[in-house]
Design a protein around this ligand. Structure first.
Ligand code: PEP
Length: 250
């Protein structure tokens, strides 16, 4: 039985004061829902938000990491630094990183391996663009991202990795995949995991859906057999709505 995971990617929002308020409210409103809840603030807020959530039922995540342990990588952060601040999760290969910052699948794979090495749970994001979906190559695109992203991951890592299927055309657009569209790709991903890591690992790995998840569509999406939670962007910036998504996972 996979415990549902509801993670809020705050992206480059909000201010420190608003972030603290949001984190406190998320802690208050998501108590006892029976799912795992994680907040993923932007870099300058991670420490302050960690001071609020670490030690509560709400987990802490980071939006990115560099594959190296330390060194001359101006502007970057190492996984061990996030661990020191109490983080447990890190996003790897979010489509905004792939598209806006030129991250290749191979580089994303190095990040996933570094996250495991440093004691973090990578949330590997995969997903196709609208053009790719319309060209009928969704499975090929997702496969390439899984092959490279999980190149250094074995069956023994099953409890320490999370996949997020995030169709690029659904991110921040208000246009979510239908529950059937999402379930079809999730089932495909679980099948791929079964072939490459074994049936037991595939059953244990959580696969989140991300892309315009909100309180009004969460129940149907989270009710699909292979959808084990949600990676929420815009709707995670408002505590009541985010908590309603978490409640919908029950
Ligand atoms: C995301 O950024 O991962 C995301 C899914 O964003 P949104 O919920 O705003 O579509």
């Amino acid at each position: 039985m996979r415990t549902k995971l509801i993670a809020g990617n705050w992206k480059m929002n909000p201010s420190l004061a608003k972030g603290r308020e949001l984190a406190r409210e998320v802690v208050e409103r998501t108590r006892g829902l029976g799912c795992e809840v994680v907040v993923i603030p932007p870099v300058p807020l991670v420490q302050a938000i960690g001071e609020i959530v670490v030690g509560t039922h709400v987990g802490l995540g980071a939006q990115n990491l560099h594959p190296e342990r330390s060194g001359a990588y101006t502007g970057e952060a190492a996984g061990s630094m996030w661990v020191e601040l109490g983080a447990r999760y890190v996003l790897c290969g979010h489509s905004e990183r792939r598209q806006l910052f030129g991250e290749t699948s191979r580089f994303v794979g190095a990040k996933v391996a570094a996250a495991r090495r440093d004691g973090l749970v990578p949330i590997l994001c995969v997903g196709e663009t609208l053009d790719e979906r319309e060209a009928g190559v969704t499975e090929a695109v997702v496969t390439e991202q899984l092959v490279a992203g999980l190149a250094d991951v074995g069956a023994a890592d099953a409890d320490g990795i999370v996949i997020a299927y995030e169709p690029v055309w659904a991110i921040g657009t208000g246009k979510n995949a239908t529950p059937e569209q999402a379930q079809a790709v999730h089932r495909f991903v679980r099948g791929w995991l079964g072939q490459h890591l074994g049936a037991d690992a595939a059953e244990r790995i959580r696969i989140l859906y991300g892309g315009s998840v909100k309180a009004s569509n969460a129940k149907e999406l989270l009710g699909q057999p292979d959808i084990d939670g949600a990676l929420v962007g815009g709707a995670s910036l408002e505590a009541a709505g985010f908590a309603a998504i978490a409640a919908a996972s029950a």
